[in-house]
Design a protein around this ligand. Structure first.
Ligand SMILES: Cc1cc2nc3c(=O)[nH]c(=O)nc-3n(C[C@H](O)[C@H](O)[C@H](O)COP(=O)(O)OP(=O)(O)OC[C@H]3O[C@@H](n4cnc5c(N)ncnc54)[C@H](O)[C@@H]3O)c2cc1C
Length: 485
């Protein structure tokens, strides 16, 4: 008998603040139970939504019908193999727990999302990236294998590098069954993107399921490659007296990244409003600060770390910031404090929205580097036109900021939504993406339409129907039900 509960209010939302509803919550304790449950739901054509750490920002795990399935009891770290540097984990393992265990082997998962309370399965299903996305990309690059249960009960065990499409056509046999289907025909933008399914010519099958937000199947296990922890890590927090200087500094760092000495894993931006939000919590923010940049860089040995410190110091001074107000950290405790400073921004935004009972209305746009300056201007002009409070921060290294409105009423929320749609149209016109890392879920569907249009969304829906003919898994994610008719 699969464990089931009717006490699950906290499972009906994530950090988007969209509230859902469900008939009950299933808490299976084994892969066999997951498979059995999916089979039952498929037979009765009952919707099933998968819930993981619920740290998502797009309501992907928020059910709007049927039952909920949490993988929290599939939380075993099956094995860490230090020799080949990989971890085999059940989908319900907290990334925080995986990182704690990996440290014992001097290993880490560099592409871990910023939020440690995400589950391995949640991170893989959203192809999450994090503050180290500039240096290491998304978790997609570190997934070596997955086990996925399809709606019909088939279990696919997919290893990277084994099954490829021919152009956009897949034809393979797995678990004794033949699979033959075509991929959607759109080209993905040349930027970090998590907008709909990952597709390209001659692609690896595993990449189709990574980032598919649970609409194609449920991941029960994954094998992730781990990396040796760098012997020296330097984190810096640099304050500037105007945003232009911070933008110029990040531009210089990005242009130097190619020379290999300045080669940060993280390059993050905080606008004036972010610092104002953080002000009551962090008294060390200088009164004159109007923007800040956070960076993290690894070094192989002490002498190169000292050389790096000197080089960063010169860059900072040339960028117009004062070394006196900079915070440079080279020990774990000090580095953790800077990281927490970075993490505090989305946390405070979420607290603000909860206090006003509003949903998250934010952009997740990335544009090619040549359009970043103009995109930044668009954020500012949109903010002026809507006359709403906002915060703009995030992954400037990847041309990817999170422009968050802070609406205090439903009326303001409508205006904010219109502002974000306008920004999305602009980003698409410049060859960018509307969802660089948080996925589409339920709240970003209108923006995905702007990016790909009905034709390509229908192609994605057709692929879902191939794997999930009764349309039971993670309904309402990525595309509306009308596309599944
Ligand atoms: C403060 C904060 C900072 C964040 N920073 C970042 C960041 O820097 N980068 C980033 O990418 N994200 C970030 N996020 C977003 C979030 O942490 C990631 O999207 C994360 O990967 C979601 O994992 P989760 O376990 O919480 O998944 P959930 O939110 O529970 O679910 C996410 C989606 O995955 C599906 N899903 C979950 N598990 C499975 C499974 N086993 N099989 C199939 N589908 C599944 C769910 O149905 C849902 O659609 C941040 C969030 C917060 C709150």
């Amino acid at each position: 008998m699969i464990k089931k509960t009717s006490d699950f209010q906290t499972y009906l939302e994530d950090t988007s603040n969209l509230k859902g509803h469900a008939e009950c919550l299933y808490l299976p304790e084994s892969k066999e139970e997951v498979r059995f449950l999916i089979g039952e739901c498929n037979r009765s054509k009952s919707p099933l939504t998968v819930s993981a750490g619920r740290t998502g920002t797009t309501a992907g795990c928020v059910p709007l019908s049927g039952a909920l399935l949490s993988l929290q009891n599939l939380n075993k770290i099956i094995n860490i193999d230090a020799g080949v540097k990989e971890a085999r984990v059940e989908a319900g393992v907290l990334l925080e727990d995986l990182l704690k265990e990996a440290v014992k082997f001097n290993l880490t998962l560099r592409a871990s999302p910023t939020e440690p309370l995400a589950y391995a399965g949640g991170a893989v299903s959203t192809a999450a990236s994090g503050v180290r996305g500039f240096g290491y990309g998304s978790i997609r690059n570190y997934v070596r294998a997955i086990e996925i249960v399809l709606a019909g009960g088939d279990v696919l065990k997919i290893q990277r590098g084994k099954i490829f499409s021919l152009g956009r056509a897949f034809d393979f046999t797995c678990g004794g069954k033949r699979f033959k289907f075509n991929l959607p025909s759109y080209d993905m933008p040349p930027v970090k993107s998590q907008a709909g399914f990952f597709v390209k010519d001659n692609m690896d099958l595993i990449d189709l399921f990574i980032g598919s937000e649970g609409v194609l199947g449920i991941i029960t296990e994954c094998c992730l490659s781990l990396q040796t922890i760098a012997p020296y890590i330097i984190d810096g927090l640099v304050f500037f007296d105007c945003e232009e200087k911070a933008l110029g500094f990040s531009g210089s760092v990005k242009s130097l990244k190619r020379d290999n000495l300045i080669n940060p894993a993280s390059l993050e931006f905080f606008d004036h409003n972010s610092l104002e939000l953080l002000g009551p919590v962090y008294s060390f923010i200088p009164a004159s600060a109007a923007a800040a940049i956070y960076f993290e860089q690894e070094a192989e040995d002490k002498s190169s770390s000292e050389q790096l410190m000197d080089t960063w110091a010169k860059l900072i001074e040339n960028g117009g910031a004062s070394l006196d107000t900079c915070i440079i950290a080279d020990n774990p405790n000090a580095r953790r404090s800077i990281f927490e400073f970075r993490h505090k921004v989305p946390q405070l935004i979420n607290e603000f929205l909860r206090a006003y009972g509003q949903q998250k209305i934010a952009s997740d746009i990335a544009v090619p580097p040549e359009h970043f300056a103009a995109m930044y201007e668009s954020y500012k002009s949109t903010a002026r036109e809507t006359a709403l409070r906002y915060v703009n921060f995030g992954h400037i290294g990847e041309g990817h900021l999170h422009f968050n409105f802070l609406p205090r009423s439903d009326q303001e929320s409508v205006r904010a939504g219109e502002g974000i749609a306008r920004l999305c149209r602009q980003a698409v016109a410049w060859g960018g993406t509307v969802c660089a890392e948080h996925g589409v879920g339920k709240v970003k569907k209108p923006y995905l339409k702007i990016m790909y249009g009905d034709k390509h969304i229908k192609e994605m829906a057709a692929l879902k129907k191939y794997f999930d003919p009764n349309c039971i898994l993670n309904l309402d994610n990525i595309f509306d039900k009308e596309f599944l008719l």
